[in-house]
Design a protein around this ligand. Structure first.
Ligand code: ZN
Length: 215
């Protein structure tokens, strides 16, 4: 529960962040804010400030570019993230990874739970761990519960690449990074991924680098 006395600092921090135009600075692994749990959003920002903050997250995600951004990645310990993926990928990648376009949306106080036992393992990366990617096996389908930016309740099943994005961003809000769940032997520079591991699925990478895939 937020009280007037602890509302002010967060709102003030966000106001200060928004005082500068353009994309916000993204903090990198090692910043404590990425490892702490976040505060549930409970009106700490008034509707106008929330709308400005969400817009700044959107601009920052586009500029990076990325397909998701969580508030702690700009130093704000609030349970809010944005996602959007135009999914400009070849057909074979779309089919293998379920990477379908995900329109822009705001996740307020999200949480997820697996639906079924199927897992999907693919390379993923993080704007707070620049330069690298690693294979993460995640539930292929999750039930997402959250609110949207207007406070309307959301309860839906998400599959494919959007399910991966939802899990990655929600994990940020629990102080987790994708590396906590990754096959560390798969860790590859962006250059190595582009050069060797651009296949739709990471089977060849698993053999060559020596890590296990689920199933
Ligand atoms: Zn991330």
């Amino acid at each position: 529960m937020a009280t007037p006395s602890d509302r002010a600092p967060l709102a003030e921090q966000v106001e200060q962040l928004l005082a500068t135009e353009g994309p916000l600075a993204i903090v990198a692994a090692g910043e404590p804010v990425l490892r702490r749990p976040t505060e549930r959003f409970d009106g700490q920002l008034d509707p106008a400030l929330l709308a400005r903050f969400v817009e700044a997250l959107r601009i920052t995600m586009h500029a990076a570019p990325g397909v998701g951004l969580a508030a702690p990645q700009v130093g704000v310990p609030l349970r809010i993230a944005v996602i959007e993926d135009p999914a400009p990928v070849p057909e074979e990648v779309r089919l293998a990874r379920g990477r379908v376009p995900q329109p822009f949306r705001v996740l307020v106080n999200p949480s997820y739970e697996p639906v079924g036992s199927a897992r999907a393992a693919f390379f993923e990366g993080c704007l707070s761990v620049p330069g690298y990617q690693a294979v993460v096996a995640r539930p292929a389908e999750v039930r997402l519960t959250c609110e949207d930016e207007q406070g309307h309740a959301v309860d839906e099943v998400v599959t494919g690449w959007p399910a991966r994005i939802v899990q990655h961003e929600t994990d940020h809000l629990d102080g987790m990074l994708y590396l906590d769940r990754a096959e560390l032997r798969s860790l590859s520079s962006n250059q190595a991924v582009a050069e060797y591991w651009a296949q739709p699925a990471p089977g060849e990478a698993a053999k060559a680098l020596g890590f296990r895939l689920p199933g």
